[in-house]
Design a protein. Sequence first.
Lengths: 305, 251
Amino acid sequence: MSETSKQAVQTTGHAWDGDLQEYNNPLPKWWVWTFYATVVFSIVYWVLFPAWPVGKGFTTGFKEITYKTSSGQEVTTHWNTRALLAEEIQMGAEGVKQREYLEKITSSSYEEILSDPDKMAFVRSMGKVMFADNCAACHGSGGNGVMTLYPNLVDDAWLWGGEIDDIYNTLVHGRKGYMPAFTETFNGEQANDVAAYVLSLSGIEGDAESIKRGDVIFNGQEGGCYYCHTHKGTGMKSLGSANLTDKIWTIADVPGVEGYDAKQAAIKSVIMNGVSREMPAWEGRLSDSTIKMLTVYVYSLGGGN
Amino acid sequence: MMKHESIETNAGLLIVLTLFVISIGGLVEIVPLFYINDTVEEVKTAEGHDAVRPYTPLEQAGRDIYIREGCYLCHSQMIRPFRDEALRYGHYSLAAESKYGHPFQWGSKRTGPDLARVGDKYSNDWHVQHLKAPRSVVPESIMPNYPWLLENDLKYSGIAENLKALKMTGVPYSLSQEEYDANVARFGAEVADTLDINNAEANLMAQAAKGNFDGNPNRLTEMDALVAYLQVLGTMVDFNQYDESYFVNFR
């Protein structure tokens, strides 16, 4: 810096180490004006929006907002984020579009939805998101389930039925899958025999004598399996008792293990430990139209039979 | 006129004035919260009792484990009034819903999903499995395993003291008959019983035995408490009883 400009600027008057001095510059103009602008902004803000606490309440501001309640009533109130949300859901472009689709789903029959590519495109895109948010934690993001814990929704096997109405009822009321444990009832040999019989139902053959003994237990008073699984072993929709003849397993991990003995052990462990698992009810948590949409979505994954 | 030089060369004065300026920001934000009631919604059950109640001893013990394990580092408990959050998590959180939470668990870090309304969403079994080994049910999950929750017995001998401390901060647990009667009027007899500090331990064990949250009826583990807490989150208010305009008035 040149001599002259140095003298033009004020210093604090101190000198350290002989010649070290500190400038006493005013704040830059742009900074000062920006500061004033923020002050003006906040005053405008206080006037328009909820801001100052007064007594037990607060100043609500002069800006107003009008929204529609879900019952269609128009309400005008001071601006606030809750009213803004109500406005966005009821009147915002995205909200309106989505609601129109959901209303179409609500007012259409299942056949109409399934045969209309436009509605199905909506079901697939929104259904996928709602499934990911609410169902995927148990059934997996693709609906494949978790062997031994949560049933696969993509295959053609259903515990509680794969028709639209069955699936709808499953979602609305939830389901409790229950089978008693047979540890007290069977000794090891009996359990082996029943397990051998169960395997034979889906074509996995073992010792013929053992299967014959298992048949008697399964279809007799001793085991009483037929109460829930029927004499044929095909299960009952009203109880959610698994079909044991279809080669599809949800709790006993038969396909996942190699060798007859391991498969038999997998069945045996289900019989001895019993089953108790729960599908939560979604009524009240999800809106009726969302449940209907998810029903169609799940049906489209692996519905029918 | 006082020049800034006279402030800057006087350390004592500088400190006092600095504290004064900084405290304005804090005071303006914090002090009103102590006396503004107009922002805390009044929500009632169908029977006319307060819908939001303090946590039961078991839930409170679970809440302490939630804090101990640092679940809040990845999970918020605050559904904000935005459309996307309403679609994903449900109704936005009310101030009333966290009025008995000390310290509150609103948070802002969401490595995992918000948990403000996770109660009743999943089964107890799922929570147990998921906390023990998240990837066994959600393969994509990055949540840590918490296997020790099932192994550790719940230590509950301090629960009464714990509730007494919360009582000092204004949470209406009861010690005297008078306080108990007030709770009966406010929350109904069933809830009031669970808020009685004199029976805290018995209540805790009774709820765990009845709920069997961890799937093992023979033991009272930390898992029992944590799952009991998770299952009550966001379930106290019945939103079908109120329309939007009611809650809008509180902002």
